[in-house]
Design a protein around this ligand. Structure first.
Ligand code: FES
Length: 121
């Protein structure tokens, strides 16, 4: 699927005109590390284990987090991020939005290694 997406990009297709459907998170098999998340609005801090998603860590700590697909395609789990560098693994945010680094899809995206994220929740 990525080959087709890359080929369309090379041929000058606008990303909005390239449609596809993904049926898993693409996270399985990736090397993950744990990281810390500070929730600025609630003043809480939590640890995301290497073997769990940020969304699952939020839910485990009782945060009323929205989600739907759990695979990075719908954007339902997206939250504002005020600090830190995200390893964006979703296909919902545009490349420009990922570069801006002010939103994160918690179901699949993580912090870059060694980075603490601050979420505006
Ligand atoms: S729940 Fe759909 S993108 Fe995260």
């Amino acid at each position: 699927m990525q080959i087709v997406i890359d080929q369309a990009d090379e041929l000058g297709w606008a990303p909005a005109n390239v449609h596809y459907e993904q049926f898993n998170s693409g996270v399985v098999g990736l090397h993950n590390t744990g990281f810390t998340v500070n929730l600025t609005l609630s003043g809480r801090s939590l640890e995301v284990r290497a073997n769990q998603t940020l969304l699952d860590a939020l839910l485990e700590q009782g945060v009323d987090a929205y989600y739907d697909c759990r695979s990075g395609v719908c954007g339902s789990c997206m939250v504002p991020m005020t600090a830190g560098q995200s390893d964006h693994r979703d296909t919902f945010l545009s490349e420009a939005e990922k570069q801006e680094n002010s939103l994160i899809c918690t179901c699949v995206s993580r912090a870059m290694p060694g980075v603490t994220l601050e979420l505006d929740i």
